[in-house]
Design a protein around this ligand. Sequence first.
Ligand code: HEM
Length: 399
Amino acid sequence: MAETKRDPVAEWATDFDHTHPDYAAAATEIWDDLRAGCPVAHSERFGGTWLPTRHEDIAAIAADTEHFTSQGVIVTEWRPDVPAPVGYAPPITSDPPFHALARRVLLPYFSPKAMVRWENTTRAMCRELLDTALADGATAFDAAADYAQHIPVRVIADMLGLPRDDGDKFRGFIHRIIEVPGQVEVEQEDTLDHYLKQIVADRKAKPGDDLISYLLSADLDGVPLDEGHVEGTIGLLIIAGIDTTWSAIGASLWHLAQHPEHLQRLRDDPEVIPFAVEEFLRFYAPVTMARLVAEPVQIGDASMQPGDWCLLPFPAANRDPEFFERADEFVIDRAANRHSAFGLGIHRCIGSNLARLELRIALEEFVARIPSFELADPSAVRWSTGQVRGPRLLPVRLT
Ligand code: HEM
């Protein structure tokens, strides 16, 4: 399973590579420079890719379903061959008008009311993970690998009625599809497609009280969902629900490890937690999505042509000083916070209630159990590459 090495980047404005480790290491500085001087970068890589960096442009593109299609949302060398409006992972790869139907079918499972079911389970999971990490008097562990990553994996596994032990498989799919897209080849039986076909066939034969069974019995205006749709949506939830939340939890802990004043504020003033959660999401927004250009369109000086990719770096929008006061400052009790961590427009995140719940509980439990901690080895911290950004290795030490 060899991964291809990325060519060095000559200029971020004209040759950027969002999957390059240098981008992962310095994304915020790169966006700031581009926003001030460019502001829509272009690269010939991946067959032609654009990178807008201003909030205004990102919001306009996210709202424009006429010139841009969601048929592809992860930038690769090739163009996806499952046509819109359905796409290979509905609803994220669907366009209007089908998108609204595919989205509506999922909404009841992710409503604020539906979240009650996950509150206690998530809290119990966090406690169990901390018990394990701190067993036998341990005073150091990896807050990303031993804690953050397991929380969303277990929640999604429970929600889909899949074994929590499949977590390693989920992480393998996410790594190949999001972190190094198209750069790793595997046998057919190790692909996400193969896994999805298997679990959907199993559940069809033996339904239960879970989201896969619900989708298999659901309909779109009276028409049952076909198996391809169910497989695509389950694949989407595995990919969209895991490394996103794991990144948000990890980045928040990375911040707290280096800002004892903010850690103390969370300990002393639990009422600040909901504001802190929103500020963590703004400041460390993990997700950049993409669109394919469907019709020629002009964004500022950029002439985008059909077939070009256009990234939507929501994290860059969140740092735009034209949109946020003190955009480059982490303000733990920021009152007005219209961040776009969960996207903008019709594809806005369906899992935002669940993500907020997981992030809040993960932080509450961590801070209650470990009132004081720091990075054990700052040079050992590793951030993911690609369109979802967060720490993958985060060694911490109790202080
Ligand atoms: C902190 C965690 C998360 C972040 C930052 C995040 C971010 C996003 C973003 C930016 C989009 C918009 C995509 C686009 O415009 O193409 C999105 C869509 C979506 N997310 Fe999340 N997400 C998170 C967690 C979750 C979770 C936990 C789930 C479900 C288990 C989930 C399910 C979805 C789905 C199904 C969509 C597609 C919605 C549509 O196309 O209408 N996400 N997410």
